[in-house]
Design a protein around this ligand. Sequence first.
Ligand SMILES: NC(=O)C1=CN([C@@H]2O[C@H](COP(=O)(O)OP(=O)(O)OC[C@H]3O[C@@H](n4cnc5c(N)ncnc54)[C@H](OP(=O)(O)O)[C@@H]3O)[C@@H](O)[C@H]2O)C=CC1
Ligand SMILES: O=C1CO[C@H](CO)[C@@H](O)[C@@H]1O
Length: 283
Amino acid sequence: MANTIPDIPLNDGNTIPQLGFGVFQIEPKDTPAAVGKALEVGYRHIDTAEMYGNEAEVGQAVRTSGLDRGEVFVTSKLNNGFHRPDDARKAFESTLQALKFDYLDLFLIHWPLPTLYGGDFVSTWKVLEELQRDGRVRSIGVSNFQVAHLERLAAEADVVPAVNQIEAHPYFGNEEVRAYGKVHNILTEAWSPIAQGKVLDDPTLVDIANEVGRTTAQVVLRWHVQRGDIVFPKSTTPKRIEENFQIFDFELDDAAMDRITNLDKGEAGRQGPNPDTFDYVPS
Ligand SMILES: NC(=O)C1=CN([C@@H]2O[C@H](COP(=O)(O)OP(=O)(O)OC[C@H]3O[C@@H](n4cnc5c(N)ncnc54)[C@H](OP(=O)(O)O)[C@@H]3O)[C@@H](O)[C@H]2O)C=CC1
Ligand SMILES: O=C1CO[C@H](CO)[C@@H](O)[C@@H]1O
């Protein structure tokens, strides 16, 4: 079976490569080498954020890769201190300047921030709608939105988010939010897809990996893509960057998929902040 990365349709007519490369916690000095390696291996989708402090180095890696800008799908995210509409517009321009791009493929609201700004992520979202209308960004979406946040957007905004980027991995399936996305045509992107490595010693996953002759990380990433989600594992280890890319040349059967899905620990499995309670107060 050829290892071909599918392009998944978004609700706005664009497409997104199902496998990408995440750059959270990659130091700026290490970013050109890591992203350069990923692009050399064949990744064509990079997930960054203003919060990660490495947008400039991501842009540099894309620009020096020998690939055309249009061949690489790049996502960035609006940081938490910039929700007010004027701040959001300026933050988007800073992101483009850091990347040295004239457009972005996907821009997300990083967190819904329930109490800051009176929870007014709807006016922030309207700025993203405006940026999309003006052709500055091809697709717009959200991150860490719960069902209640998505329902508010459905009631008060014009554009349905193309994606919702949420924590998801075998210990935290995040099923309710994923199910809402499926019904409303919002693609789920699974962040920390291998739970930052914490699922990799799980005996069930190790057993399945031995059965199919793959690594545990490959099995977990394969489970995500067979569920239809987008993934972008992070690594600064060249061998792992290659390993994580080889997930479209094998399949998990229904029994193996169910065994992995059944590892869900609900809220106890969450590794990152809970969006219902996470807030951010700028210093
Ligand atoms: N929207 C949001 O709020 C969030 C978004 N994200 C996005 O999701 C991306 C991925 O999530 P992230 O939190 O980075 O965690 P991941 O689940 O991708 O795990 C990364 C960790 O796993 C290790 N690792 C990677 N591949 C392998 C492998 N094949 N075998 C063993 N260990 C491996 C890495 O080590 P090493 O590098 O040493 O190889 C690193 O320590 C982020 O980079 C970011 O783009 C993440 C968190 C929140
Ligand atoms: O993108 C991110 C990286 O991880 C952090 C810690 O879990 C998150 O808070 C943040 O949203």
